[in-house]
Design a protein around this ligand. Structure first.
Ligand code: GDP
Ligand code: IMO
Ligand code: MG
Length: 423
């Protein structure tokens, strides 16, 4: 059995949560491999809306096993709030959710450090989600982190040592904070975490594969936020790309099967950093309003723009995407024309690849413009109903991106999903 990976190809919020939920019935196990509660994955079904941060989006479909892998960073306080809310809404998960002992813990002081570093950056701040992601991964890589498995033995000493180290840094930054409430919730979260199956997930996952079980990996953030290949330094602190599933779970590269790449029919970004196709006009505002483009975690306004095929080709290459999934096409249902960026002009020179120096230069997008379909597609149930202009748009994208678009999403609900090439 192979492991399929589903990941975002843009700057996050492509609709990963919705599609993982839709695909879960085809799998035995759903796993998260990187990121933490900086993620906000939204699912809608039966008139209810759920936003998941650390818990995999396979949690609602039957009694499938869901696993939080070693590559994830976990905040026990936020995890407790998320898990308790799910249990209260009739979705018990203690028996169905396993957590890697090797996942790193986000400490209260990591969150404070995140805010302190952002404050120190002034105008060049990244615009993080403030969840302590950067400082936690920093401690992991510098071999100072605390892991979930640490809560089982001699934890207090380890915690106090880490906290003291962080406090020294905060003092040097002259950053004022009050940790009391954060720490109280966090300690309650630690106790709560002990009620879950804390596992050696790399063994568990490989054993499941050997036993013929099928696994779906759920990415968080997006390829353009990857710490190596995104628009550094305006990125998150983990490898969001397909290779991250290997390191974040302990599976070998030759176990990877399908790689589903998710993109919106347009593009959004939250936080700072380059965004070549960003629209500052009425069109951008219309996309934001129709797409309800506000952050699931922070409520921040998402920056909106046309689809960027230069960045998408780069993301498809880095991830080895085998099939595309296009989300939120309904948001463009009422536009006279639709644009797609096919190249960049930098310093008067045209290029068709994502450049290293995207940060330093003004990038002018080169667009192809196509007629809009001007049709409400939200109630469609089959691709046979697609208007001609929409078919032309997806044909164009498939040709440019050299990858088939296998699923089209036409609304936030689980049901508003059209699978193509089903014969
Ligand atoms: P994720 O982080 O990739 O899981 O995406 P988010 O949940 O942060 O953002 C996607 C938003 O779009 C959520 O509010 C979804 O409910 C919504 N959404 C997902 N698919 C569609 C779609 O096809 N059409 C519309 N209109 N909304 C969608
Ligand atoms: P999902 O999984 C969109 C962005 C932040 C910021 C940068 C670094 O819902 O797609 P961090 O808190 O990770 O240190 O912030 O990354 N960011 C996201 N943007 N969707 C996300 O997750 C994001 N997670 C982080 O806005 O620009
Ligand atoms: Mg999101």
């Amino acid at each position: 059995m192979k492991v399929d990976v589903l990941l975002g190809l843009q700057w996050g919020d492509e609709g990963k949560g919705k599609v993982v939920d839709v695909l879960t019935p085809n799998y035995d196990v759903v796993v998260r491999f990187q990121g933490g509660p900086n993620a906000g994955h939204t699912l809608e079904f039966e008139g209810q809306k759920y936003v998941l941060r650390s818990i995999p989006s396979g949690i609602f479909q039957g009694d499938k096993l869901n696993v939080i892998g070693n590559g994830v960073v976990l905040d026990p306080a936020l995890f407790k709030a998320e898990a308790e809310a799910l249990e209260a809404s009739g979705h018990p998960l203690k028996e169905r959710l396993h957590i890697s002992k090797k996942a790193h813990l986000i400490l209260p002081t990591h969150r404070i450090l995140d805010a302190a570093y952002e404050a120190a950056k002034g105008k060049s701040k990244v615009g993080t989600t403030g969840k302590g992601i950067g400082p936690t991964y920093t401690d992991k890589v510098s071999r100072n982190g605390l892991r979930v498995g640490d809560i089982l033995c001699n934890f207090e000493d380890k915690y106090l040592a880490a906290k003291a180290r962080h406090e020294t840094i905060l003092k040097s930054l002259n950053y004022k904070y009050d940790i009391t409430e954060l720490e109280k919730n966090w300690m309650e979260g630690i106790e709560y975490l002990k009620q879950f199956h804390l596992v050696d997930s790399e063994h568990e996952i490989n054993n499941l594969l050997k036993a013929g079980k099928s696994i779906l990996c759920e990415g968080a953030q997006g390829t353009m936020l990857d710490v190596d290949f995104g628009s550094y330094p305006f990125v998150t602190s983990s490898n969001t790309i397909c290779a991250g599933a290997c390191t974040g779970l302990g599976i070998a590269p030759n176990k990877i099967g399908e790689v589903y790449g998710i993109m919106k029919a347009y593009c959004t970004r939250v936080g700072a950093g380059p965004f070549p196709t960003e629209l500052f006009d009425e069109t951008g505002k219309k996309i934001r309003d129709l797409g309800h483009e506000y952050g699931a975690v922070t409520g921040r306004e998402r920056r909106c723009g046309w689809i960027d095929l230069v960045a998408l080709k780069y993301a498809i290459m880095i991830n080895g995407v085998t099939q595309l999934i296009m989300m939120k096409s309904d948001v463009l249902d009422d536009f006279d024309t639709i644009k797609a960026c096919v190249g960049y002009k930098i310093d008067g020179k045209e290029i068709d690849y994502f450049p290293y120096d995207i940060m330093e230069n003004e990038v002018e997008p080169i667009y192809v413009e196509m007629p809009g379909w001007k049709t409400d597609m939200t109630r469609f149930t089959s691709e046979n109903e697609f208007p001609e202009e929409f078919n032309a748009y997806i044909d164009f994208l498939e040709t440019e991106l050299e990858t088939p678009i296998k699923i089209i999403s036409i609304g936030p609900d689980r049901e508003q999903t059209i699978v193509r090439y089903t014969e």
